[in-house]
Design a protein around this ligand. Structure first.
Ligand code: SF4
Ligand code: SF4
Length: 407
């Protein structure tokens, strides 16, 4: 997936190799990269948008602490100023390219998980969340985290109404100056009798101190997501899209797909760049977080994000991807989940498939799959879920496939 739209203001692969490939020398990569990036070439900056009520102006593409460290100097140079899962960095491991900036120039988000189990079985515990953030601030020596993000979110609107632990932990930390803003990433919980992400977020916009949310959102998604985005914009509530690239990674390695993509009507586009432009073209969305494992991927995403508007080639490329995904790639909508008498977390299982096939991260996919209380083998092939799937996935066969891949 090469980008053919590089202009002279962009950082070239040769520049990157020159400044970035320092692993073998033992020189601190980020530090050297940052210095030379600045000297090598001016890099056009990403657009920034207001992250809802937080008032932060964040880059339209946000970064994550699990990105390949080699790409971070370029990301910083390109204007990425918001970092997801930043608690993963200690004072020593935080990339030099980030920490050499004035503290107010970049925004760090800490994700705070339930305790005593995974996101479905764990519980909210004010004191433990408070201590977790406090220790992370000390470990990272960053002074404070800009955003406290409740990871995976509430199980239901009812829980959001009646369980104050997260908000209380945030309030205590905010008083001490250790965090500034409150957000959450919200999943669907209909497999355990809870609510859909969009219903919980809609409630939180009106009824709590939450200022922003991150959630699944991709091309061809349900209208409920569009509605939430429009409402969020109206309510000055920040939004970050995640898991946007369904099918992109597998299409990139599929020879038949690539042969189709060679047709003239797709020229200059690819599913990945078209998806980034589609996201950027949505005025209701603040930003997107996109898994990035190498230089080419980041360069493509940056170029597409700067360009923003879609051409007919991009629209064709997204259409091709949507057709390719039919019957193949889960959209993570969770519509099937509430029909399952076995309460299988179908959308989670198929999200792990995405890690393997779209991010090409088999070890993460297998590690996550292993944590499931019920894996794909618990499917009794009743077929109750099948009519609910707008993506026409044969879920029974798919669960078997995924188990062969990850079990
Ligand atoms: S076919 Fe399997 S996954 Fe689908 S509803 Fe039945 S048990 Fe659940
Ligand atoms: S299998 Fe189908 S219905 Fe279930 S989450 Fe995926 S796309 Fe939605």
């Amino acid at each position: 997936m090469k980008d053919h739209r590089k202009d002279k203001t962009e950082f070239t692969r040769r520049d990157f190799i020159r400044v970035g490939a320092t692993g073998a020398t033992g020189v601190a990569l980020a530090s050297l990269g940052a210095l030379n990036v600045a000297a090598a070439a001016p890099v056009a900056k990403l657009p920034r948008r207001r992250y809802g009520r937080t008032g932060l102006e964040i880059s339209a593409l946000v970064g994550a602490a699990d990105w390949n460290p080699d790409v971070i100097p370029l990301a910083v140079e390109a204007g990425v100023n918001y970092w997801h899962k930043a608690q993963r960095w200690s004072a020593e491991s935080m990339p030099e390219a980030i920490k050499r900036q004035p503290r107010e120039a970049y925004h760090l988000e800490i994700t705070v998980d339930r305790v005593g189990g995974d996101h479905m079985h764990g519980h909210i515990d004010e004191e433990q969340h408070y201590q977790f953030v406090k220790q992370a601030v000390a470990r990272s020596a960053v002074g404070y985290f800009d955003v406290f993000k409740f990871h995976f979110g509430y199980h239901s609107v009812q829980e959001a109404k009646t369980e104050p632990g997260v908000v209380r932990a945030f309030d205590r930390l905010k008083k001490e100056g250790l965090v500034k803003h409150l957000a959450l990433s919200q999943h669907h919980y209909n497999n355990i009798g809870g609510d859909m992400a969009y219903d919980i977020i809609t409630y939180l916009m009106d009824h709590s101190p939450f200022e922003a949310a991150q959630f699944f959102y991709t091309y061809g998604d349900k209208h409920e997501l569009e509605d939430v985005l429009a409402l969020a914009k109206k309510n000055d509530f920040g939004t970050i899209a995640m898991k946007t690239m369904g099918g992109v990674g597998r299409a990139a390695t599929d020879k038949k797909f690539q042969a189709l993509l060679a047709e003239p009507r797709f020229k200059g586009s690819s599913p990945g760049t078209a998806m980034v432009k589609w996201l950027m073209a949505n005025p209701n969305l603040t930003a997107a977080v996109i898994a990035t494992s190498n230089f080419d991927q980041l360069q493509e995403n940056l170029a597409a994000a700067r360009q923003g508007s879609m051409g007919s080639n991009d629209r064709h490329a997204l259409g091709l991807l949507a057709a390719y995904n039919k019957g193949l790639t889960c959209l993570l909508c969770a519509d099937c989940v509430s029909h399952c008498p076995e309460h299988l977390a179908i959308a989670d299982i198929l999200r792990y498939e995405r890690y393997a096939l779209d991010y090409h991260d088999l070890s993460r996919a297998r590690a996550e799959y292993k944590t499931l209380t019920k894996d794909g083998t618990a499917c009794i092939a009743c077929g109750d879920c099948l009519p609910a799937c707008q993506a026409d996935i044969n879920i029974v066969a798919k669960l078997k496939e995924v188990h062969r891949l990850l079990g």
